[in-house]
Design a protein around this ligand. Structure first.
Ligand SMILES: NC(=O)c1ccc[n+]([C@@H]2O[C@H](COP(=O)([O-])OP(=O)(O)OC[C@H]3O[C@@H](n4cnc5c(N)ncnc54)[C@H](OP(=O)(O)O)[C@@H]3O)[C@@H](O)[C@H]2O)c1
Length: 241
């Protein structure tokens, strides 16, 4: 295969499953992370996948980090923008810091990570950019005005950039996971999950990180070359769009 894939936030949760699936399919994979050294080291030991630390909300750090990845693995063919955070709170109590952190990571992060790899994809005439958005971009969620706005921004980014990439054989797509069993969802109290969230999911279970990884694998493949600017919902039937 020989193609190089970079997965942001690729050392745990959904990103970990994406990194592992891409590696198993024959891609040369790099996984980035932000601050959880212990988990990144454990992931590297278990998979052999090289890990790189930087903050996706910092443009200069992304430029430098991507240069390090390309030096080690070669030009990036597949970029999975998976790193994301929540800083939940009802809007009337939401601080500017909560707003800025979420927009900085979840939305600005897409600019910061994609801008440095885009010229190379254009020059080589191939690329795949896969953005992990969220069901809550599509349907909205109380307590997540910042998160829903950032993730809906990711969908606009996806569609506009897809138009720019199309003539260069670069596809840009988004995936909207529903509630998926990772640390992000484990932060939700069990009673809220059992009483409020699970009853809304027709398949009656949380998503698994591997459910999302299989979507990424498909969108990264040559078989998906006709699919660009699309949003793939993977949410157990909770929201249909
Ligand atoms: N879980 C869900 O139910 C769900 C549903 C819909 C969408 N999503 C989206 O799916 C993506 C993955 O979610 P997850 O549940 O797997 O999250 P997670 O378990 O909390 O993992 C988040 C990953 O992103 C990295 N990260 C966070 N902020 C970063 C930053 N500023 N710079 C670089 N890396 C950063 C983390 O690095 P460290 O390990 O170093 O902290 C970690 O590797 C996110 O974009 C999330 O919004 C999740």
């Amino acid at each position: 295969m020989g193609r190089v894939a970079l997965v942001s936030g690729g050392t745990r949760g959904i990103g970990e499953a994406i990194s592992i699936a891409l590696q198993a399919a024959g891609y040369a994979v790099a996984a980035s992370y932000h601050g959880n050294e212990e988990k990144a080291a454990e992931f590297h030991r278990a998979t052999g996948i090289p890990v790189f630390k930087w903050d996706v909300s910092d443009y200069e750090a992304c430029v430098a980090g991507i240069a390090r990845v390309e030096e080690q693995l070669g030009p990036i063919d597949i970029l999975v923008n998976n790193a994301g955070i929540t800083r939940d709170g009802m809007f009337h109590k939401m601080t500017l810091a909560q707003w800025n952190e979420v927009i900085g990571t979840n939305l600005n992060g897409l600019f910061n990570m994609t801008h440095p790899v885009w010229p190379g994809m254009r020059d080589r005439g191939f690329g795949r950019v896969i953005n992990i958005s969220s069901i809550n971009a599509q349907k909205g969620q109380a307590g997540q005005v910042n998160y829903s706005a950032s993730k809906a921004g990711d969908l606009g980014f996806t569609k506009a950039l897809a138009l720019e990439g199309a003539s260069r054989n670069i596809t840009v797509n988004a995936i909207c996971p529903g509630y998926t069993a990772t640390d992000m969802v484990r932060a939700i109290p069990q009673a809220v999950l059992d009483e409020k969230i699970l009853p809304q999911i027709p398949v009656k279970r949380l998503g698994l990180p591997e459910d999302i990884a299989r979507c990424v694998l498909f969108l990264a493949s040559d078989d998906a070359g006709f699919i660009t600017g699309s949003t793939l919902s993977a949410n157990g039937g909770q929201h249909m769009e």
